[in-house]
Design a protein around this ligand. Structure first.
Ligand code: SAH
Ligand code: SF4
Length: 364
């Protein structure tokens, strides 16, 4: 079988150029991308306002095939759904949809999709199920978008968080290309502010992102108040200091005019002492930042524990006493191994699911 190029691996400019070469007018690009993204069609034949010869030509040159579903699980009365999508060659990637209803009324105001950017991850965080799998490969733009389209075919999605498997800024070009399609008016047309990129802390890539002219949110995963502890938790953090990350956050805030979030996975008796909260507070005080505390989701065989609710609250209060805005991430999807990296581990190993929580970001 000849493997065709997926249309959504191309940028808007590349699609325009391809169509110009075929002598097609520019408005065809708009029609095609609206079909492919807004309407999520998977077959050029369905693009009913295109002339038949163009549809045939597109189908010869490109594909719009979705990723086949390997497993899908729901929890929280259907408000959380996690899907495992087939990438071929034994690889799979997962995405989670969370309906989040901040007002508690009937209709959900916000639907967030958590996407993956890599198969596995090379960053080696000791507490992360994806990190334990090692790195297999980067996802292509079309494979990142396929995770969102899987859900937008069913209902409206308002927010995207890059908090699934992998390190988005280590797959920078594909991540940016996917983001451009997410926010483009002829693409998914999502609000730029509805998109959040989470990074383990790649300083140069953070600066690059700040220069993209987009209003996307940034989360930097900190997890520790001092470099020694941080390096013991994140294999690859050796070359980066917390000070450099806080400086990068400052530059992002200055350039984008947006607040930055620091993610902090709380590990019992490792980084959850109120004294550590105060130390963290002193380091980030004075910048427009917010701390999102994530009580650790136990993953198989690592020997770390989730702190008690009391310890989580004490840590949060200690941060707040330092003048830091801190929230605790809401727990979702407990019974479906919804924490990113866990469904894949579960299905691939045919194991019982470890308990987990999906990643819901509370808007700052
Ligand atoms: N690679 C990026 C984004 C994906 S991970 C990053 O690290 O930021 C998304 C978030 O989930 C990160 O903040 C990560 O530290 C956190 N996380 C990963 N495994 C976790 C676990 N078992 N328990 C709690 N948080 C976890
Ligand atoms: Fe990679 Fe993020 Fe997991 Fe660390 S927490 S191993 S950077 S996916």
């Amino acid at each position: 079988m000849v493997s065709m190029r997926h249309l959504l691996d191309l940028s808007l400019e590349e699609i325009e150029a391809a169509l110009a070469e075929w002598g097609e007018p520019r408005f065809r690009t708009t029609q095609i991308t609206q079909w492919a993204l807004r309407h999520g069609v998977t077959d050029f034949e369905a693009m009913s306002n295109l002339p038949a010869p163009l549809r045939a030509r597109l189908a010869e040159a490109f594909t719009l095939a979705p990723l086949p579903t390997l497993a899908e699980r729901s929890a929280d009365d259907g408000a959380t759904t996690k899907v495992l999508l087939d990438l071929g060659a034994g690889a799979a990637v997962e995405a989670v949809r969370m309906d989040y209803d901040p007002d508690g009324d009937e209709s959900p105001d916000r639907t967030t999709v958590c996407v993956s950017t890599q198969v596995g991850c090379a960053m080696g965080c000791s507490f992360c199920a994806t990190g334990q799998q090692g790195f297999t490969r980067n996802l292509r733009p079309s494979e990142i978008l396929a995770q969102v389209l899987h859900f937008t075919r069913e209902r409206r999605v308002t927010n995207i968080v890059f908090m699934g498997m992998g390190e988005p800024l280590a797959n920078y070009d594909a991540t940016m290309r996917a983001i451009r399609w997410m926010v483009h008016p002829d693409g998914l047309d999502l609000r730029q502010r509805g998109i959040t990129v989470s990074t383990v802390g790649l300083v140069r890539a953070i600066d690059r992102l700040a220069g993209e002219g987009l209003q996307v949110g940034l989360t930097i995963s900190l997890h520790a108040p001092d470099d020694e502890l941080r390096r013991s938790l994140i294999d690859t953090a050796r070359g980066t200091t917390i000070e450099e990350l806080v400086d990068a956050a400052r530059r992002y805030i200055a350039q984008r005019g947006r607040r930055v979030t620091f993610a902090y996975a709380l590990l019992d008796q490792v980084n959850d002492d109120p004294e550590q909260a105060r130390a963290l507070g002193r380091r980030i005080r004075g910048i427009q930042a917010h701390v999102n505390l994530i009580p650790y989701n136990p993953t198989a065989g690592i020997g770390l524990r989730r702190p008690s609710r009391e310890r989580v609250r004490a840590f949060q209060r200690a941060l707040q006493a330092e003048g830091i805005n801190a929230t605790v991430r809401i727990e979702r999807g407990q019974e479906i191994a919804a924490a990113c990296g866990q469904l894949r581990t579960d299905v691939m190993n045919q194991n019982a699911a470890p308990l987990g929580t999906a990643f819901v970001v509370i808007e700052p």
